[in-house]
Design a protein around this ligand. Structure first.
Ligand SMILES: Nc1ncnc2c1ncn2[C@@H]1O[C@H](COP(=O)(O)OP(=O)(O)O)[C@@H](O)[C@H]1O
Ligand SMILES: [Mg+2]
Length: 282
């Protein structure tokens, strides 16, 4: 196909030889299959902030590392320079997370390059070499569902041990490759230790896995790996070897007032983002 404008500079720089086809156009990015020498790769082109949904408007940018205070002030004020800085931070967050997670042994696409708002990475493929399907497009036996669920819980633990919470983990952001599930789509990933919303995001990620695989293996619907994992993490006891039961005893008694207030703030922010989304033509 004719190369889209946004990929032209990567062709000029010799990072891409040809654009094979468009794979997907989602809310936040358009993904292409490209040729690089004798390899087939995947190019993720981020949309401009105004065209994107407002995932990041809620809580994902909290505590994101910025280089200097001028940048931080500009981001807080929402000036043009600030918006550009925020945009760059959002896009590079995905590359950062991919490198960090690959180093920790989590199965994510291998990143190759990040250039002018385009992420060049491994094309996650099925056994025929074609782009792998999303979990959402595949049906499973109960046994397969149990096995993939267990493998993905182990990946969530490995991510958390590396200090990362995905934040948008679901059957839409996991591909089924020839060698098993691969986690993708990480621009909203957060630092587990430095973000007040990390716990809520982890619980939601784990609940999404439970609800999806629970359709094929209903006994999974009674598990509570999320609280168990977070509890171990908070007590400094989480490791990739930790034996998990899927059960968690919820303590009664002392109320965590700070936690309750955060939940309320979160719900408010999410509702504000939802309204914003409704008002914005996509
Ligand atoms: N590395 C990859 N290999 C194969 N397919 C991919 C890869 N990355 C993304 N895709 C495809 O592109 C779609 C959109 O990518 P994603 O990273 O989830 O962006 P979005 O923010 O638009 O959801 C995915 O659902 C998947 O089908
Ligand atoms: Mg996605």
């Amino acid at each position: 196909m004719k190369a889209p404008q946004r990929l032209q500079s990567l062709i000029d720089e010799g990072m891409i030889d040809a654009v094979v086809r468009q794979l997907m156009s989602g809310k936040e990015a358009t993904v292409y299959v490209v040729r690089c020498g004798d390899e087939t790769r995947c190019a993720k082109v981020y949309k401009e902030a105004t065209q994107r949904s407002f995932r990041q408007a809620v809580d994902y940018t909290e505590n994101r590392k910025v280089k200097n205070t001028r940048q931080a002030r500009a981001m807080a004020k929402g000036t043009r320079f600030g918006r550009q800085a925020q945009e760059a931070a959002w896009q590079s967050a995905e590359v950062d997370a991919l490198y960090r997670l690959a180093a920790a042994g989590v199965r994510v696409p291998r990143p190759h390059n990040f250039h002018e708002g385009v992420l060049l990475m491994e094309l996650v493929a099925d056994e025929h070499g074609a782009a792998a399907p999303r979990l959402n497009d595949v049906a499973f036996t109960a046994e397969q569902a149990r096995s993939h669920h267990a493998a993905l819980i182990a990946e969530v633990v490995r991510m958390l041990c590396a200090g990362v919470v995905h934040g948008d983990l679901s059957e839409f952001n996991i591909l089924l490759a020839a060698d098993g599930p691969v986690i993708i789509d990480l621009p909203q990933a957060v630092d587990a230790a430095g973000n007040n919303h990390a716990q809520r995001m982890l619980l939601r990620d784990v609940a999404n896995l439970r609800d999806f695989f629970g359709r094929f293996a209903p006994e999974l619907l009674h598990t509570d790996f999320g609280h168990e994992i977070w509890d171990l993490y908070a007590r400094g006891l989480l490791s990739t070897e930790a034996a998990l039961t899927g059960r968690f005893e919820h303590k009664r008694g002392a109320v965590d007032l700070g936690g309750v207030m955060r939940e309320i703030d979160d719900a408010r922010a999410e509702e504000a983002a939802r309204l914003l989304r409704l008002q914005t033509p996509q």
